[in-house]
Design a protein around this ligand. Structure first.
Ligand code: ZN
Length: 72
């Protein structure tokens, strides 16, 4: 699990079995949720930051953070 930042203009969205950052203006644009590099939704491991794309991204309300899980 890892804490990640949600940038302005993006939301986190599950596509198939993984969770990505997508542009709010154009949901067909998919980005790495860690480094926000443009990637393809079939990507398993980001070629820029070398992190695995998480299965799930959820909001942890107690401390107002987004958590990525299933990327170990
Ligand atoms: Zn990345």
């Amino acid at each position: 699990m890892e804490i990640i930042d949600l940038k302005d203009g993006y939301k986190f969205q599950m596509i198939n079995t993984k969770s990505f950052a997508v542009s709010i203006d154009d949901e067909t644009k998919v980005f790495c949720p860690f480094c926000y590099s443009k990637i393809d939704e079939s990507t398993d491991c980001c070629p820029t930051c070398h992190k695995n794309i998480p299965q799930l991204i959820y909001f942890h309300g107690d401390d107002q953070t987004w958590i990525a899980s299933g990327n170990e």
